[in-house]
Design a protein around this ligand. Structure first.
Ligand code: NAD
Length: 497
């Protein structure tokens, strides 16, 4: 069966599935219960597929398969070089399917197609990176001359539970899958229920690359059902979670009974601080990209822009003019810069913040649905890039994560006030600093409460650096060797000479 598009003019990829299944022990299967949930595409908001709604019994089957593959299968015992070959084949396959992956991701999430292509390539790069890392890995050995030699055995831990969100789903899944598999663990992935389409592609990619059955398992479903069962399963010693802070808190509580290893990448409300001596054009470019790329559905979005008073009016005027020129439209159109928000529920949330913002700030751009959308796109989840100025620090649009194309601009008088404003939220994921004064930049980086800081630069990642937040934005760091640490036990062995 193939999918018949509802009545809109937007692009629908060929050969869409009408039903999305789990993948357990090398086979696509439905939920034991037969339950399903509906999957919508964000342009028509039509129900284009059903997906298997994983329940506890499905998680039990997936964990049993992963545990068997871990205990008796070859994967954890393979030499790093052998595992690296499989990982490189996975990366090749992802790259080879870049166009298909991107069009499916765009269809399911509403991301602009040009940005979805980049996500597929980043996913491939994650596999290559961890393939290299495990081959180059060396472990510590410590000598006490004449009396002891001590060394470290690094071992995969077991079945890793991977729970991922709907923004850039395929890429964020790769972020967890690559290090978890590279280190010899087996996995159960529970992707976000809003966007299950691309996760199924992993199954064939992994099979073709030679990953043994049972090493990768996929259970679709709702967070409160499939996600909850995975978090509570006693045979899953690790949970790597990316999502909202409140969900992270629930998972933290639920994992406590079994004292699981937890890695939490949570929400953000990151400041972009622009000093009067900054390269203004570069700062404006970056501050636009920071909150309007990926539809604003970006954990590290610079969604609070703090601007030094001396350039405040000029900044606001230029920034708003640029925001008004951003092209909103069909995510598959290569001219589109902001596509459709992922789901009508999320659209309603973002739209409600736009209304709140009108009572809390001075509206400079956007403020609701864009005007003059092409026929057929009028009911989609579109929000025009929205800019509020003069936003006070106690405003909800200053404090709360909106996760859409909405930005709050606030003036500051001096460095101390800039820092106080930057740190004045419960979150601490990223910060962006624009100034020509490098002493100030480095001091600001030292004092700002953020897991990651970009100085005079765009949000571009180096895979070797730690990724994670402080305060309510996360717990632990992944990225580079830190991911290897999270997914392995480090056993100390002591020998008396
Ligand atoms: P979410 O917390 O609603 O859901 C994330 C995942 O958790 C989904 O798969 C969901 O099904 C599952 N889940 C929900 N309740 C659960 C429960 N009780 N037990 C187990 N699993 C459960 O988040 P979302 O709306 O999908 O994603 C957006 C959020 O993710 C934003 O807050 C964003 O900032 C954050 N995010 C953070 C990062 C980061 O690296 N820090 C990256 C991307 C997104």
């Amino acid at each position: 069966m193939t999918f018949t598009a509802p009545e809109t003019t937007h692009y629908v990829p060929k050969d869409l599935p009408t039903h999305i299944r789990h993948f357990i022990n090398g086979r696509f299967v439905d939920s034991v219960s037969g339950k399903t949930f509906d999957v919508l595409d964000p342009v028509s908001n039509g129900n284009y597929a059903t997906a298997a709604a994983g329940q506890k019994e499905d998680i039990d089957l997936a964990v049993a398969a992963a545990r068997e593959a871990f205990t008796n299968g070859p994967w954890p015992k393979m030499k790093p070089r052998e595992r690296a070959r499989v990982l490189n084949r996975i990366a090749d396959a992802v790259e080879a399917q870049e166009e298909r992956l991107a069009e499916l991701e765009t269809f399911d999430t509403g991301l602009p197609i040009t940005q979805a292509r980049g996500q597929a390539l980043r996913a491939a790069e994650n596999f290559r990176f961890f393939a290299d890392l495990i081959v180059a890995q060396f472990d510590d050995a410590m000598k006490v001359p004449g009396s002891q030699i001590n060394y470290v055995n690094r071992k995969p831990i077991g079945v890793a539970g991977l729970i991922t969100p709907w923004n850039t789903p395929f890429m964020l899944e790769s972020w967890k899958l690559a290090p978890a598999l590279a280190t010899g663990n087996t996995v159960v992935l529970k992707p976000a229920e809003f966007t299950p389409l691309s996760a199924s592609l992993w199954a064939q990619i992994f099979k073709d690359a030679g990953l043994p059955d049972g090493v990768f398992n996929l259970v679709n479903g709702l967070g409160e059902e499939a996600g909850d069962a995975l978090v509570k399963h006693p045979d899953v010693p690790l949970i790597s979670f990316t999502g909202e802070t409140t969900t992270g808190q629930t998972i933290f509580r639920n994992a406590a009974a079994n004292l699981k290893g937890l890695s939490m990448e949570l929400g953000g409300k990151s400041p972009c601080v622009v000093f009067a001596d900054a390269d203004l054009d570069a700062a404006i470019d970056s501050a636009l990209f920071g909150v309007f790329s990926l539809n604003g559905e970006r954990c590290t979005a610079g969604s609070r822009i703090l601007v030094e008073r001396a350039i405040y009016d000029e900044f606001c005027e230029k920034y708003a003019a640029r925001a008004k020129n951003i092209v909103v439209g069909d995510p598959h159109d290569p001219r589109t810069q902001v596509g459709a928000l992922v789901h009508p529920e999320h659209y309603a949330k973002v739209a409600s913040y736009v209304e709140i913002g009108k009572t809390e700030g001075r509206l400079l751009a956007g403020g609701g649905r864009p005007e003059n959308l092409p026929t057929g796109l009028n009911n989609s989840n579109y929000i025009a890039p929205t800019v509020f100025a003069d936003v006070a620090p106690d405003a909800r649009i200053f404090q709360e994560e909106i996760f859409g194309p909405v930005v709050a601009i606030t003036p500051f008088e001096n460095d101390d006030e800039a820092l106080a404003l930057a740190n004045n939220t419960k979150y601490g994921l990223a910060a962006y600093i624009w100034t020509q004064n490098l002493t100030r930049a480095h001091n600001f980086a030292q004092n700002v409460e953020a897991g990651m800081v970009w100085l005079n630069s765009h949000n571009v990642r180096d895979l070797r650096t730690p990724f994670g937040g402080v305060k309510a934005s996360g717990l632990g760091h992944e990225g580079g060797y830190r991911s290897i640490d999270f997914y392995t036990d480090q056993q100390a062995v002591h020998i008396t000479l």
